[in-house]
Design a protein around this ligand. Structure first.
Ligand code: 5GP
Ligand code: MN
Ligand code: MN
Length: 318
């Protein structure tokens, strides 16, 4: 059932034991939104647990309260409400789905949302789930502490590519200005997020050698093999290199998850890649989407590139 922001606030206030989670392969928006909402709920006297079925990239170690996030185990957790943030389908939360027995409130901004939750607040015009959380906290007259503001600024700024992507709105900028008034230091957050270990830059140079162009240079791909990523280093932001090449309409990164599966990240200028990702069982936004496919890197690449070419042909004629 889709509900209003007011009802979302009421639902949170009504319950005492709340589990907060978000999608696997965590990013700035999912983590920042989790930490900001849980900081508010804890201050409001709720009993809150933060669960995530994935490792937290070291990059986000500076976010206040990040160490409170636990991985689910085989034990069932009883709660009054499971809040799922920034995830458009139930598979995206991994094992948390089976670990928690409670009604689900989903707060999200993905156009591809499958409306799986008992209660859904969906606003696909928001650049980030963090924007929705800020609206919610303002509605609840929450004290936006510097810690909450840091989490929300990280959530919003990362999902709109630091105000460069098409989802950046006047509200995005206004919200971030308000967060700066609450104590955020944008340059310090950028410094944290930009800094990479030396090995990451060495890996990047290898990954750029895999650059491949298709369909008259309108599709650019990069491939990340298991060997290049032997130390499980983050590839955050690498998709930007094929994306910024002149004439490229769709950028795709293929990353070996294990021997039998690959993660696919897609970025586009005009084409709606959320549909392309959805056709492979994934999802996302019109201009940034992803999916996970069974098969070797070569098989998955052939399949996805062929589908992207078809979509681009359709766009030309449509
Ligand atoms: P990224 O390429 O940065 O991993 O993801 C880009 C966008 O697509 C994000 O908004 C992310 O939530 C979404 N996305 C990526 N992979 C998947 C997936 O497997 N399923 C769904 N539903 N969304 C995805
Ligand atoms: Mn996300
Ligand atoms: Mn998001």
């Amino acid at each position: 059932m889709e509900i209003t922001l007011e009802s979302t606030a009421e639902l949170l206030l009504q319950h005492a034991n709340i589990v907060v989670t978000a999608h696997i392969h965590p990013d700035g928006d999912s983590l920042g939104s989790m930490l900001a909402l849980s900081a508010y709920l804890t201050a409001a006297g709720k009993n809150v647990r933060l669960l995530l079925d994935d490792e937290i990239p070291k990059l986000y170690g500076f976010l206040p309260g990040i160490n409170a996030i636990e991985q689910p185990d085989s034990r069932k957790i009883k709660a009054d409400l499971l809040v799922i943030l920034d995830a458009s389908d139930l598979e995206r939360i991994g094992r948390v789905k089976d670990a928690v027995d409670a009604p689900i409130l989903n707060i999200d901004h993905h156009v591809s949302n499958t409306k799986f939750a008992d209660y859904l607040f969906l606003d696909s015009r928001s650049a980030a789930t963090g924007e929705i959380i800020l609206r919610l906290l303002k509605f609840l007259k929450a004290d936006i502490t510097a810690a909450i503001a840091t989490s929300l600024y990280t959530a919003i700024a990362t999902d709109c590519g630091f105000f460069r992507y098409a989802n950046t709105s006047a509200d995005t900028m206004r919200y971030c200005a308000e967060l700066i008034d609450c104590g955020v230091k944008p340059h310090l957050i950028s410094e944290e997020l930009e800094s990479k270990p030396l090995s990451s830059i060495v890996n990047l140079s290898k990954i750029l050698e895999t650059l491949d162009l298709f369909y008259d240079g309108k599709i650019a791909t990069i491939t990340v093999t298991a060997e290049t990523m032997a130390d499980n280093e983050s590839t955050e932001g690498f998709i930007n290199y094929p994306r910024i090449i002149e004439g490229v309409e769709v950028a795709i990164m293929f990353k070996a998850a294990d021997n039998a599966t690959c993660r696919v990240s897609m970025r586009s200028k005009r084409l709606d890649v959320s549909k392309l990702a959805l056709s492979f069982g994934g999802g996302g936004h019109a201009k940034a989407a992803g999916c996970t496919l069974n098969g070797s890197l070569a098989e998955v690449k052939a399949k996805v590139v062929a589908a992207a070419i078809k979509e681009l042909q359709g766009m030309k004629h449509g």
